[in-house]
Ligand binder design. Sequence first.
Ligand code: SF4
Length: 298
Amino acid sequence: MELTGLHVLLTYQCNLECDHCFVWSHNWQKGTLTISQLDEILDQAQQVPSIRSVFFEGGEPFLYYALLKHGVERAKEMGYTVGIVSNAYWATSEADAVQWLKPLAGKIDSLSVSSDLYHWNEELAEHAETARAAAEELGINIGVIAIAQPEVVSAESVVGTLPDGGSRIMFRGRAAEKLAAKVQKYPAAQFTTCPHEKLASPSRVHVDPLGYLHVCQGISMGNLFAEPLKTICDRYDPEGHPVIGPLIAGGPVELADRYGVGELQDGYADACELCYRTRTVLRDQYPAELAPDQMYGA
Ligand code: SF4
């Protein structure tokens, strides 16, 4: 595998509790990196020369501003392309947003903020526009992420094509529990591939505050606090992984069949819902690979 991007979840905490979130973040969620742990992760990233970009996300990374700022500065010094993903809760006015962003200007290459009604309410959605104005004032490259409403999820999008104007919901994590019931269901048999992740050779992965390295949220390749990132990458054996192997061989339906999980319900909103629901059943069997609890709302 050639890893080019590392996404660091600074915290599982978030000031919001969005229905479409697949990380089960909320105000009291456990799991936040310390600065020394973040340094250790960035040091480990240096041992994998193919990594060129580091993104900081969460949860909501601006909740731990000193940690975020430290990570941004360190990653930039190391020569990475640096990005942040945020819900822009801090953009209460353009003047305030400028103050939040000024220490990061010249150090981040991109800022992605959420703008949709799933991010709590219209007032907060407006924060994205305020953040955009502040970022443009400071010369920060900003993008806005919008999640399509469930009604927009079409049969076409279920198999991996995005509707125009936004990202579609992926029905895993909280989104599977809160939103999947609102959309059309499809037979499990059609979900024979993973439509979103390059499982056999991932180019970007997520590391969480507990050290887990996720090829997709809740599917761990290893733990950076137990084994170095480089070793995990060098030893990565996707076909031999008890969860990733079946997903590569035949998608979520193969994962369910391989372990005799069977049909858990009449149909599924998308491949991710089938994958996620099957994995929740398999967690006792594969606790190290299907971790941590924060990815499963446990
Ligand atoms: S939840 Fe499963 S099917 Fe969906 S992107 Fe992740 S690995 Fe692929």
